[in-house]
Design a protein around this ligand. Structure first.
Ligand code: ZN
Length: 89
């Protein structure tokens, strides 16, 4: 699953948004494979597919982008899409 995301990074996301100064990058995926079919109602604040944050951070690191990646929204918790943000250090 992680490998699939590595291979597809930059192609499979619903949106990829890069701020003008290139210090903030947002990814969103409304077909997140990890959250597919998952519904969590009783654990607010849980970031179900947060492990992908580490994958994105590693891939961006290989491209020379140093930053911190965290998850903002998650489909497993009822959000319409999974979204992650990377902020340059
Ligand atoms: Zn997800």
């Amino acid at each position: 699953m992680q490998l699939a995301y590595k291979v597809n990074l930059g192609q499979e996301f619903t949106t990829v948004w890069i701020r003008n100064d290139r210090k903030t990058i947002k990814f969103s995926d409304e077909r997140c494979v990890i959250c597919e079919g998952v519904e969590i109602a009783d654990m607010p604040g849980l970031q179900y597919c947060n492990l992908l944050s580490g994958v994105f951070q590693a891939v961006l690191g290989l491209r020379g982008f140093k930053g911190t990646t965290y998850q903002e929204t998650c489909r497993a918790l009822g959000d319409p899409e999974c979204m992650w943000t990377t902020k340059s250090e």
